[in-house]
Write a protein that binds this ligand. Structure first.
Ligand code: PMP
Length: 418
């Protein structure tokens, strides 16, 4: 008997399928704007200079062995990563209320976040999977829904993006927050919203936080792009820090894939903020003890290499400064590509814009991605006629643009729209 007889064929991952198409294409002006990984001005992967340096230091350190890490992760990394997101002066850190565990990059942090809520979020105790709803922005990172559905939660949408304005639908978002049952769980992108590049302003974040407070909602922050949005680590952590100051219950997922270029090292962290330190009910120590169980069940011990690199960069003052410079290099190249693409569409091609505000969204959006506003047919034309690989929702990775291909991309957008 064939025990796999009824295994159905799963659909291929859209992004990875796109990359495969790009690799098989022999056209000389082909461009890959699908994948969310940073590329330099020659379209090459970028190893941050500070990471090169950290690797050299690690390579010459004979005291390093290959023993298991503690279950919570490399202590120097774990300590430093929470300070990076919350700020060294954070009340939560000073009061020992932050519980941090090293994870398999941002994906692992999201996974643990979902699993932990499913087991221990007080308002959900005794509830069924269907009742454990995590609200995700519409749209969101394609993997979110699948991660949460696999950790015992049920993913549902909240309104976020308005295709008419190619911007934030704040009114609908706030309205939804007000009408949702008390103590609902909402996933928020801490900065550089994927896939839209549309972030709330600080004033808008304050309004959002106010309703979280009133309704006692739980904020599940996913922070995959700290530093990548504005080029400044503290700036990009502002929303998270504001929610902490407002004493809103929350957790934060961190990833060092983008901001340290450590995609393959799978280094990240999950931070849960407790209402108080210690081992009494609701205390940080109890939360930590349960996170350790979760880690043990899933991967036993986290991997070493990425943690050593990031741990070193975060704990050495000179290297930390160098890292900030490297982040600026990446963020500012992307901001520059936004300006160039905008300039070409507006002044050279005079391309009719898909929204009411011209092509402003190309420069106003933040982070690695731009939601162009192109419809699925136009996106198809980009791929089939321009050999420009992008997803059918109109998202392009700005990191795939450079001075050699931006003209061609602008020309193809113009042709696809006319
Ligand atoms: N969250 C968001 C919003 C992302 O865009 C990504 C990366 N595409 C991740 C989490 C996780 O990435 P990684 O597991 O590589 O850190």
């Amino acid at each position: 008997h064939d025990v796999w007889h009824s295994t159905p064929f799963a659909p291929p991952d859209a992004i990875f399928a796109l990359t495969a198409g790009y690799q098989q294409d022999s056209f000389d002006k082909k461009v890959n704007l699908g994948v969310g990984a940073y590329r330099d001005n020659d379209g090459k992967p970028f190893v941050l200079p500070v990471v090169r340096k950290a690797k050299q230091i690690l390579a010459s350190d004979d005291s390093l062995d290959h023993e298991y890490l503690p279950i919570a992760g490399l202590p120097s990394f774990v300590k430093a990563t929470s300070k990076l997101i919350f700020g060294a002066d954070s009340p939560a850190i000073k009061e020992n209320r932050v519980v941090t565990i090293q994870t398999i990059s941002g994906t692992g942090a999201n996974h643990y976040g979902g699993a932990f809520l499913s087991r221990f979020y007080e308002p959900w105790l005794g509830k069924s999977k269907e009742e454990k709803i995590i609200y995700l922005s519409n749209p969101t990172w394609a993997n979110h829904k699948s991660i949460f559905n696999s950790t015992g939660l049920t993913a549902a949408d909240y309104p976020y993006y308005d295709p008419k304005t190619i911007g934030l639908d704040l009114v609908a978002f706030l309205d939804f927050l007000r009408k949702a049952p008390k103590q609902s769980v909402f996933l928020l992108h801490a900065c550089a919203h994927n896939p839209t590049g549309v972030d709330p302003t600080r004033d808008q974040w304050k309004e959002i936080a106010q309703i979280f407070k009133e309704k006692e909602h739980f904020a599940f922050f996913d922070c995959a792009y700290q530093g990548f949005a504005s080029g400044d680590l503290d700036n990009d952590a502002w929303a998270v820090r504001h929610f902490v100051e407002e004493a809103i219950p929350l957790l934060v997922c961190q990833s060092f894939a983008k901001n340290a270029g450590l995609y393959g090292e799978r280094i990240g962290a999950l931070n849960i903020v407790a209402s108080h330190a210690g081992d009494s009910e609701g205390g940080a120590d109890r939360i930590r003890s349960q996170l350790l169980i979760l880690q043990r069940q899933e991967i036993s011990n986290p991997p070493t290499f990425g943690a050593r690199i990031v741990g070193l960069i975060l704990s050495d003052e000179a290297m930390f400064e160098q890292w900030k410079g490297d982040i600026k290099t990446m963020a500012h190249r992307i901001i520059d590509m936004r300006k160039q693409l905008h300039e070409l569409l507006v002044n050279k091609y005079k391309t009719p814009a898909p929204g009411p505000n011209g092509w402003e969204h190309v420069i106003n959006q933040i982070g690695m991605f731009t939601f162009t506003g192109l419809n699925p047919d136009q996106c198809k034309a980009m791929v089939e006629r321009g050999h420009i690989y992008m997803t059918s929702n109109g998202r392009i990775s700005m990191a795939g643009l450079n001075e050699h291909n931006v003209e061609w991309v602008a020309e193809c957008i113009d042709k696809a729209i006319r």
